[in-house]
Design a protein around this ligand. Sequence first.
Ligand SMILES: [Zn+2]
Length: 266
Amino acid sequence: MSEPIRKGFHAIRDWTYDHYHYAYALGTGLICQSLFEPSKKAAALSWMASLAAGALLEPCVNPHRQVYGTSLWRLSPDHPEVALTFDDGPGEDTPALLDLLAEQQVKANFFCIGQQIEKHPQLLQRIAAEGHMIGNHTYSHPNLMLRSPAQTHHELQKVQDLVQQICGLAPTFWRAPFGFRAPWTHGVARRLNLKSALWSINPRDFQDPGSEVIVSRTTEFLEPGVIVLLHDGLRARQQTLEATRRLIPMLREKDYRFVRLDQAHA
Ligand SMILES: [Zn+2]
């Protein structure tokens, strides 16, 4: 892909992320118009139905909405605390990340996937032994909007059992893959004594935008009580590692404390 095309693609992707309401309205409007042409009435009615469906679905994908159940997506703004959270591990970059956190005396939060835990049980033990919080990020990382209550229960229960067997403790927080929850998902998790945790800052490290972009997207929205979403598993995460290496001293300089979600001022 040539450089101008790549930049254009990234600009559209970032605009869509920041303005997804408009992108949805525009996209469904264009689709409805092309499907029901030349009937303006049919196009308008189908577009209105799409917008209504979007309004019902939006709380399922927006990490800050509490319509179908509550989630911890930010900590108390009255304390200079920041929670670094790492999803999708344990993975090949987790040891280097743990080395960095130990060297910097930082406690963090790891939302682990069951299938990754089965591949790296010693890493899970190391995460726990070094004082970090282990959260449940489901067994196979599915889109839970497409999973029944029974399937969701199975996804969460399996990780509770794995962590209990390997570390002798069960997670108290869980995080939905991609942040996607169905209206029934919160109830299933509550019955397993799991509290939902999402995030306030998503620097989108999964796009591999470069460590400096991950740092700037994080510091841009920095304020007391933020929960930062990062990743340490499923594939190489060197950019996240490098960004974390740069973020820690920057945040320390501003007197932030790095906290576990279960020990923070909520
Ligand atoms: Zn994930």
